[in-house]
Write a new protein. Structure first.
Length: 454
């Protein structure tokens, strides 16, 4: 990986990732490329110059760090991420794949005599992982060019932790977390472990026989100590990785059945409710219901509430109609990335598509949310029912439930989706149509206007 060529590729890619109005022209981009190369050659960079940003998410505050756009620090950070990706071939967790496999295993649990589910979570995972520690324990053992190793050593010494927001943080955390996964699976292989997935800081273990809650904690903490807290690795800043006790959950289905209780667990925004029972033949069966967590219901409810409150303030009925329709549908479009086109899929239906196949097994709170969210928020805000909501709810395109069932999609891809004439009409209704703009530019303007983002 020639670093000068990589600097050019990185900056060109970064430039194409910007909104059209913010992109640099060729002359401006060449100037940036030359400056970054010169700063690198002269050692004119300092990874301690990252900017701290606190992002409020509900009742939580998420702390992130980032480098200035097009700076030498940001470019070299991306270069190091690519370098580590090529060296380690890390397969990053895929949320949809993990959820699909979890639903598959849950189907097999229904008629099992006993099983145990243990859900765990790490506290502030990215910010707890010492990049210096990962470098000394794992990365330094790999073969790099001298200049690459020197740059890596400088980076981890100056950043200290794998802070959320830095391009390198995901790969650094996955390098050490992969070792955690391997060791944890090895230690539990004789305990009836049949399923294990970890998505960044969320993990779930399923056993086909009894294992105590205390043993689950003991083994996981032993692995954390071995992987993250190895005292033989001498660093100025150690890992602070630990379990988030407020987000762990232990369920023994046999104990629930004997106590005539139901229970639930969540994973990646989905909620799973278990109701076990023992029949007359002393056979254990478990009924499952599926949904989304109350936290996610509250999040999406607020999004609709914000749309309606904006309508009350500005009284733009067409904007309200388009925003509610976009919220209730799956949205698909393409964006340019360097020399390729990347497909983007957004919306509640895309995020929770496994529910599409289990609409007859929804939790009551999720079913009510999906059928009535738009109508209930309109009513709660004392807004007269808009003309487009007066038709039957059973076929309404403003119902998440109906759209999930029919998999309704706003497809902004020519020539297989909404055509240019239809798109122009939609943009005209919102006052964002410009006859000088092409299809992709109009898609961007429309999606930003309705709040989907681009």
């Amino acid at each position: 990986m020639d670093i000068n060529k990589e600097i050019e590729k990185i900056l060109e890619y970064q430039n194409t990732s910007q909104p059209q109005s913010n992109r640099k022209n060729r002359e401006e981009l060449e100037e940036i490329i030359n400056k970054v190369k010169q700063d690198y050659e002269q050692g004119n960079y300092d990874f301690k110059k990252s900017t701290h940003l606190a992002i409020k998410q509900g009742n939580k505050v998420r702390h992130t760090r980032s480098f200035e756009m097009f700076s030498c620090e940001e470019t070299l950070c991306i270069y190091l991420k690519r370098l580590l990706d090529k060296k380690y071939y890390i397969k990053y967790p895929n949320r949809n794949e993990y959820i699909h496999s979890l639903f598959d295993i849950v189907s097999a649990l229904r008629n099992m005599n006993d099983f145990v589910i243990f859900k765990f979570d790490f506290t502030d995972f990215f910010n707890s992982v010492s990049s210096e520690y990962v470098y000394k324990k794992y990365i330094s053992q790999r073969s790099f060019e001298r200049y690459q190793n020197d740059l890596l050593a400088t980076f981890v010494e100056q950043t200290k932790y794998a802070y959320a927001g830095l391009n390198t943080s995901n790969i650094i955390c996955e390098i050490i977390a992969n070792h955690f996964d391997e060791l944890l699976s090895l230690k539990l292989q004789d305990q009836g472990l049949i399923f294990y997935r970890r998505y960044i800081d969320d993990g779930i273990l399923i056993f086909n026989k009894r294992i105590s809650e205390a043993d689950c904690y003991r083994v996981i903490n032993e692995v954390i100590d071995s992987v993250f807290l190895d005292n033989s690795i001498l660093v100025s800043k150690k890992c602070t990785t630990q379990l988030n006790m407020a987000k762990t959950k232990y369920i023994s289905v046999f104990d629930l059945a004997n106590n005539h209780n139901s229970d639930c667990f969540d994973f990646l925004g989905y909620e799973f409710v278990l109701t076990p029972s023992i029949d007359n033949h002393n056979k254990l069966t478990t009924d499952f219901k599926f949904g989304i967590t109350q936290k996610k219901i509250d999040k999406y409810t607020k999004r609709v509430d914000d749309i309606v409150k904006k309508y009350k303030k500005h009284n733009d009925i067409e904007l309200l109609r388009h925003q509610l329709k976009a919220f209730c549908c799956r949205t698909v479009y393409q964006i340019p990335r360097y020399k390729t086109l990347v497909w983007k899929t957004k919306g509640f239906i895309a995020n929770y598509q496994e529910l599409r196949y289990r609409l007859d097994q929804l939790t009551p709170s999720t079913e009510n949310f999906m059928k009535n969210i738009v109508y209930s928020v309109i009513s709660a805000n004392a807004v007269p029912t808009p003309y487009f909501l007066k038709s039957s709810r059973d076929e309404s395109v403003y119902s998440l439930y109906n759209n999930m069932e029919k998999y309704r999609t706003l497809l902004f891809v020519e020539p297989i989706g909404i055509n240019i004439d239809g798109l122009k009409k939609m943009c005209e209704q919102l006052g964002v149509w410009d006859c000088n703009k092409d299809y992709d530019s109009l898609v961007r303007d429309y999606l930003i206007k309705v709040g989907v983002g681009h």
